[in-house]
Design a protein around this ligand. Structure first.
Ligand code: PHE
Length: 350
């Protein structure tokens, strides 16, 4: 083995460093390592092994020099390897880079349907007076929707509600329908509980009628029912007065005038003074200064007796309120068909 004089070691170092400076990827780095540092063929490894064949008087000087060389070059190799690894990571980051300063694409937030919003406000207004919420079925027996409410088959009052009938297949089965109002729940509630009753029943109702700006085949109602000893028309009026003020403002007044529903006596139509023109007369109140908002009355004694209540002891009032109608008045919506057309531009306004 040729013995390198100490001076030659310096040349070797310069060469190794220059070569290393050319290395730009892992493959080139490995080739460099084999050329200089590998066991069998490495030039620096060979220089270290040459120590054995050096004359004893030069061995110390050569040994120190070659070890220093080896350490220095190994350090540079490690530094190079780490630099390459760091660059690989930076490249990856650079390629997958996202601009975190770009504004995001907002997902539209859902909101409550205007019917739901108004319904919740209505429920809150009556809960303040001690009414509890109950529910009843949308597919209903003729019995509850009509007969028990004193509207027997063939009675002309049935014409007040155009009805979707449900085909029932079984022979002799009682007729079924989609409830035309929430009033069947007056009967259902009274059948399952004794007075005192203070209940409110929200729900969808269906009517087989042509649609126009004020008529839909599906609508939401709230049924109100209070039965106890000594309940009078004044209680009904006070309850509705509270309701009108809560929905349309503290200055509102209600007016009752006579109307007819077979299951109440007397029956009333209830109007609120126009909150737009304050009584002067405008388009919303059709010039009258008053806006009809609901039907109501004192529960008919025969309806009370029909569920086993003693009508000499108990009296009650009932009311049926159209939720879309209230929402239309509150928001100035002039076509009820907008509610279920599912046009998001309409719904987003509420
Ligand atoms: N159920 C009636 C309707 O839908 C309204 C009403 C309810 C009237 C309760 C009187 C008492 O037209």
């Amino acid at each position: 083995m040729t013995v390198l004089p100490v001076a030659e070691l310096e040349n070797l170092r310069v060469q190794a460093e220059q070569d290393l400076a050319q290395v730009t990827d892992d493959a080139a780095l490995e080739a460099w390592r084999i050329r200089y540092l590998s066991r069998g063929q490495g030039r620096i490894t060979a220089a270290v092994e040459a120590l054995r064949s050096i004359a004893a008087d030069q061995r110390r000087e050569y040994g120190q020099a070659v070890n220093a060389l080896k350490r220095a070059v190994e350090e540079q190799f490690t530094a190079r390897r780490e630099a390459l690894a760091r660059r690989r990571i930076e490249d990856t980051v650079q390629r997958g880079r996202i601009d975190v300063t770009l504004p995001g694409r907002p997902k539209p937030l859902g909101r409550l349907h205007p019917t739901t919003q108004t319904l919740r406000d209505m429920i809150a207004a009556f809960q303040e007076l001690g009414f509890n919420v109950a529910e009843g079925p949308e597919v209903e027996w003729d019995w509850y929707n009509f007969s028990k409410l004193r509207i027997p088959p063939d009675h002309p009052a049935r014409d007040m509600w155009d009805t979707f009938w449900v085909d029932v297949e079984h022979e002799g089965e009682r007729p079924m329908l989609l409830r035309t109002h929430t009033s069947p729940n007056q009967i259902r509630v009274m059948e399952r509980q004794e007075p005192p009753v203070r209940v409110l029943v929200p729900g969808r109702c269906y009517r087989f009628e042509a649609t126009d700006a004020t008529h839909e085949w599906m609508l939401t109602q709230v049924e109100l029912l209070a039965v106890d000893e000594g309940i009078s028309l004044a209680d009904l009026k006070g309850t509705l007065d509270h309701f009108a003020k809560r929905m349309f403002g503290p200055d509102r007044q209600v007016m009752l005038h006579h109307s007819y529903f077979p299951f109440v006596e007397p029956g009333v139509e209830v109007a609120v003074d126009c909150f737009l023109c304050r009584g002067d007369g405008c388009r919303t109140c059709k010039g009258s200064g008053w806006i009809e908002i609901l039907g109501a009355g004192m529960v008919h004694p025969e309806a009370l007796e029909g569920v086993g209540y003693d009508s000499r002891r108990y009296t009650g009032f009932a009311a049926g309120i159209g939720v879309e109608r209230i929402a239309m008045l509150r928001h100035g919506i002039d076509d009820i068909r907008e509610f279920y057309r599912n046009d998001i531009r309409f719904l987003e306004q509420f």
